[in-house]
Ligand binder design. Sequence first.
Ligand SMILES: Nc1ncnc2c1ncn2[C@@H]1O[C@H](COP(=O)(O)OP(=O)(O)OP(=O)(O)O)[C@@H](O)[C@H]1O
Ligand SMILES: [Mg+2]
Length: 249
Amino acid sequence: MSVLEAKMVTKQYQMGEVTVQALAEVDFAVAKGDFVAVMGPSGSGKSTLLHLLGGLDEPTSGEITLAGRPISRLSDDEVTIVRRRKVGFIFQFFNLVPTLSAAENVALPLLIDGRNIKEEQQKIINLLEMVGLGERADHKPDQLSGGQQQRVAIARAFVNDPEIVLADEPTGNLDSKSGTAVLNLLRQFCRELQQTIVMVTHDPRAASFANKVVFLKDGNIIQELPIAHNDGHEEDIRAIMRVMRELEL
Ligand SMILES: Nc1ncnc2c1ncn2[C@@H]1O[C@H](COP(=O)(O)OP(=O)(O)OP(=O)(O)O)[C@@H](O)[C@H]1O
Ligand SMILES: [Mg+2]
């Protein structure tokens, strides 16, 4: 069964007289434990798709189902709760709260959901250890490198055992070594903990860590490519680049 499904999803933005068609009748499904990369040129609708999948914005038409619930038909309050409990987000610029420590940033989604943080301490420590930052729990974001900040953001995204984690260019602001660490972690969360991830990226090497790459052009999904090794393998990178050339992306 799919964790996340988009059916005939269209998104239009009205800019005065002009209608911008950001997504056109997109069908998309993600199974539990899947790691899907979304690629496509600038303006092809990647971020729009991610925002709709995470309930940050509403489709103009079509339906999005998350863990069996039609989020495109819920009230704003209901969507907020679904988003809080079922979705984790990872952004290009980390978006950590600068005044909070690494551990407090990881705990934030639980706090916002009204959970008792005292009872969750062990989980927060475990997550920080999993992302290699057990020794940095008390550091503020400005006392961490970019790669470390993104690893805190990863721990935060998974802290509420979400149905899905959505990542928009999570390696876009990192050097290649920190980027690889982030991609290996995402891979590990899927493989070992059966977590589910949709990641937008421009980088064929980043995409080669996924199980499947979906190519967007002008608001349409125009091709899907299964990935054999899911670990930055040269063969997979070449296959992705070949499709990009063929599709003129
Ligand atoms: N809030 C908005 N209002 C109007 N138009 C928008 C809005 N957000 C996005 N668009 C338009 O929708 C289209 C898709 O934008 P989107 O941000 O999804 O692209 P993208 O694939 O994420 O691009 P990039 O790789 O540059 O991040 C673009 O033509 C963009 O100009
Ligand atoms: Mg974008």
